[in-house]
Ligand binder design. Sequence first.
Ligand code: AMO
Length: 435
Amino acid sequence: MTRKISSRFRSYYSVELGKLPEGSRVSIAGYVVSVRLHGGVIFFVVYDGGYIQCVAHMDEVDGNVWGKMLEIREYFYVSISGRISYTDRAPSGVEVVMEDAEVIAKPVRMPPFHPYSRRLPSLDKRLDLRAVDLRRPQLHAIFKVRHEVLQAMRRFLVARGFLEVNTPKIIASATEGGAALFPLFYYDKEAFLAQSPQLYKEQLSAALDRVFEIAPIFRAEEFKTDRHLSETLSLDVEMAFADYRDVMNLLEDLVAYIVNSVKRYCAAQLAALDLDIPKVRRPFKRISYDRVISKLRELGLDAGWGEDLSTTALRKLAEVYREPYFIVDWPRGLKPFYIKSKRGGVTESFDLMWGHVELASGGSRVDSKRSLIRNIRMQGLNPESFEYHLRVFDYGMPPHAGFGLGVDRLIMVLTSRDDIREVVFYPRDPSRLTP
Ligand code: AMO
């Protein structure tokens, strides 16, 4: 079944054209990503959500129409009418032999980058003109992968019985530590943008058993790295009657499913990006923080027990561990108050690493009110600020565990980009609040 559209500009989307008989009359609309003129033959590639090649021969069209076609350049928005022709020279096996081409919107200024150019202005310059940068086929490929990652997450978790939830992004107190919050005015009170849906997802798992949320988190950290943003998309998962081992098992299955889905549904995009994502092998290695510190010392790095791992250390580890791996059992002092302690000054916690990038972190949660209050105090926070959360424990709290996965970071790794900003439509960082 083909879907015909009743629009002045188009009768079909390009994706439908290969289902029509040779010679069918169609019109399509979109913008031009390439123009080639070859001895009296002109080719356009037009993007309308997919790509379609359009061709005209100088001696087969009216002189006026040929004149109009010669004026068309990359980034022009056009409506083209013609007939379908099946041919091997078209990348999709089908092309439109043009009878007319109408310019619908003509740029008054050309962008400082050609759609297919390999020599590009800096990322910052391109981000200043992001809406136009996004018209390049390479970015179409990245954002199609992004789309598939999000679809795959939902499919996987829904199939495992998780319920998709939404939690407030305007909140009253910190969950991940006080320094990294964006304050705002909430009527006559001070409020903050949520760093994480942490406490809400824990409460929801007590009520609904298995939940997940895909939503932005906000971090007022002054980081200027390839992998930190001030606003970033997070997948948050929480399960009742589970511990950190259960959620690590779930997380590695999820990552393997996402990788397979991207390989399956984004083959053309991966080819366009010149990428071959290797299959991930399960189970992922689980290496204790203790062991990581010894390993770093063996490698000649000055790693102190109880300290967070520096970027240099993470890059060194990435040379040793080539596949995704977990660092487990982090020191108490490095993990937030809601993570459960275990013997030896460590916690039931993990970070999922891929290369030098921390993709996710999680753990078993504290399910006793007394321990939670003690941990809150130990981190220099005030239990009174968490009253809305602590009182829930009086009504019973099952053991539970979960993780937060940085979606933008995962997409950055899967598409082999050097900077997280490449995979976000309109990134926010300490120096970027527009566009
Ligand atoms: P954490 O603070 O480690 O844990 O965040 C979880 C994951 O989110 C991603 N991430 C970021 N990505 C880009 N820019 C940032 N500034 C940024 N900050 C975090 C990372 C990280 O692994 N509540 C816990 C999760 C849990 O225990 O369920 C939390 O927020 O990929």
